[in-house]
Design a binder for this molecule. Sequence first.
Ligand SMILES: [Cu+2]
Length: 128
Amino acid sequence: MNYKALSLVVSAALTLAACSSDPATTPADGGPASVNGCTTFADETASGGAIAWDFNVTPKCVKVKVGQAVTWTGDFSFHPLAPFNGDTPNPITTGSGGTSKVTFPTAGTFGFHCLTHPAMQGAVQVVP
Ligand SMILES: [Cu+2]
């Protein structure tokens, strides 16, 4: 194999590697370094995440594993929950009846916010 052919093969391999890592980018497959001000995340990888969905948003930044869920508990007619920033596709949806339980099938960092109160926001970091 001559040099030109080899460099084509290497370049194709690098392109494939870059694509296969989407949408999670950095750091360490968890997605971008910062989404909605979240740079450190409450570790809830033991059994999935829970967020109190009121003006305080507690915690704002949570970390779970692929396949785990995060449950927001709050009043979704007053605080409509929506995806905002971060990796796509973003599975976060609003809830009804007091809870919104969202399962995350892929790694990445997925932001969310309240459609009524922009200060209510945070992110879920999903790691492999
Ligand atoms: Cu709100």
